[in-house]
Design a protein around this ligand. Structure first.
Ligand SMILES: [Zn+2]
Length: 208
């Protein structure tokens, strides 16, 4: 994928996040690994619904700006993204948003039990909730980092969610599955609780 196409994709996925109501105002951020220790991240202070291809910022592995058109600065959550890339060499893209149902679980500090839904188990696996840490601080990276070693989707207490993918599109799709699953889980709880899949059924799904 060429450089301009990568910029177009990050704008397109930002627009989808905003249209789906996963972010309000200037919330949320997206990034992708460019190779050679560089990363393309969404800018701070811009609605994800109205990104243009000149806005994403190129940073190095320490978060220093390498390339930026205009006065755009990288997202304040860039350190969390860089922590993910440091820990997971397989990750090529990251999505962070505040989707309402997923964030409700995060505010209740309840992990999302994917064993209620086969599709979620296959796409996400268990989704833990990281301890609370203030947004945009190194403490958030420290709180979520260890969980991101073994999970592709993690809730951030009293904040939102982060999903990882081999590329940015996969990270985005995982956020979509996460929010869909959270909405279903809320409905299941309203109905008095669901019937979880058995350990054997879960194991079969993980193998498929
Ligand atoms: Zn956030």
């Amino acid at each position: 994928m060429d450089y301009e196409t990568q910029r177009r994709l990050i704008c397109e996925l930002g627009r989808r996040m905003w249209e789906r109501g996963w972010v309000a105002s200037n919330d949320g951020n997206l990034s992708r690994r460019l190779g050679e220790g560089l990363f393309l991240v969404t800018p701070a202070g811009v609605s994800k619904g109205f990104l243009t291809t000149d806005m994403p910022v190129v940073v190095d592995s320490e978060g220093r700006v390498v390339e930026s058109s205009g006065a755009y600065l990288p997202s304040s959550e860039t350190p969390l993204h860089l922590e993910c890339y440091r820990r997971r060499r397989d990750v090529g893209g990251i999505c962070h948003a505040h989707p309402p149902a997923s964030t409700a679980f995060a505010c209740a500090r309840k992990a999302l039990d994917a064993s209620i839904l086969g599709e979620a188990l296959m796409v996400l696996g268990p989704v833990p909730c990281a301890p609370y840490a203030r947004t945009g601080t190194p403490a958030l990276s420290a709180a979520a980092g260890p969980l991101l070693d073994d999970h592709d989707a993690v809730l951030l207490a009293n904040h939102g969610a982060v999903t990882l993918g081999l590329d940015l599109e996969q990270a985005y799709w995982r956020m979509e599955t996460l929010e869909h699953t959270a909405q279903i889980c809320l409905g299941v709880r309203l109905l008095g609780g669901g019937v979880p899949l058995t350990d054997e059924q879960c194991a079969q799904l993980r193998r498929s």
